[in-house]
Design a protein around this ligand. Sequence first.
Ligand SMILES: Cc1cc2nc3c(=O)[nH]c(=O)nc-3n(C[C@H](O)[C@H](O)[C@H](O)COP(=O)(O)OP(=O)(O)OC[C@H]3O[C@@H](n4cnc5c(N)ncnc54)[C@H](O)[C@@H]3O)c2cc1C
Length: 254
Amino acid sequence: MSKPLTELIVTASERLSPGMVRLRFRSEDLSAFVGSEDTDRYVKLVFGDPAALEKGERPLMRTYTALDPDPVTGTLAIDFVVHGDTGVAGPWAAAAAPGDRITVRGPGGGYAPDREAAWHLLVGDEAALPAIRQALTTLPSDAAGHVVVQVDSAAHQQDLGVPAEMSLTWLHRSAPDHPDLEAATRALPWLPGRVHAFVHGEAQDVMHGIRPYLLKEREVPRADVSISGYWRRGRTEETFRAWKAELAAAEADG
Ligand SMILES: Cc1cc2nc3c(=O)[nH]c(=O)nc-3n(C[C@H](O)[C@H](O)[C@H](O)COP(=O)(O)OP(=O)(O)OC[C@H]3O[C@@H](n4cnc5c(N)ncnc54)[C@H](O)[C@@H]3O)c2cc1C
């Protein structure tokens, strides 16, 4: 069954960094979000006029993390990476103004930090930063573990509210001496006890480097790792979906 549709109206736009804009929304009816506890809860933004679609044609959709949905006040926020003039959602968000409307489908999701875990590993790039931030809000102040986030440069860093016992590493893409996400993750001290991991970002970085490290080399049980590509360099969300399907088929064969 398809997920519910909700209409959102932009109430404010705020630059969080040179590469990210936060849009705040209100809605007459956020009942679709009642009881949604996943910190990676996401929605599909639906672009274009559904009435203009040919029969059988899929609407143009883009996936984003829905932050702090509050069905009582009818408010939620989405943090968008602004990645230039290409794409649909990035440019839309950069130009959005109060009063603009967008329909979203969802929410979906599948991860919230397991408070029974001994420590937490949160790794990602800008696209995963909103979900990492949301996960951190649910961790107790004495939580242990590591947070690693890759952004373009120091100007793109954001305050995250990381618990005192957790390490926070910012990686700068533009700095030749900074490791990539995989190398930085491998270099982290592996802590004792059960880890619960959340690893998302550019698909090649995440799926080809960090996934085998965690699942094969560190033998973390699959159920304790939330890992996937959130986007793919050089691909739109549609062609990225096709790439994911090819990867899954290749893995099933081999
Ligand atoms: C579950 C989930 C949650 C997500 N949550 C968020 C979120 O909260 N915030 C967020 O910003 N993104 C999030 N993403 C990623 C977002 O869906 C993709 O980045 C999406 O491709 C953006 O759509 P677009 O229309 O701007 O660009 P597209 O039309 O899809 O792509 C156009 C071009 O831009 C490039 N591109 C796309 N995304 C990026 C990027 N992040 N950085 C650099 N280049 C890029 C593509 O490679 C392509 O070349 C999430 C993805 C998933 C699966």
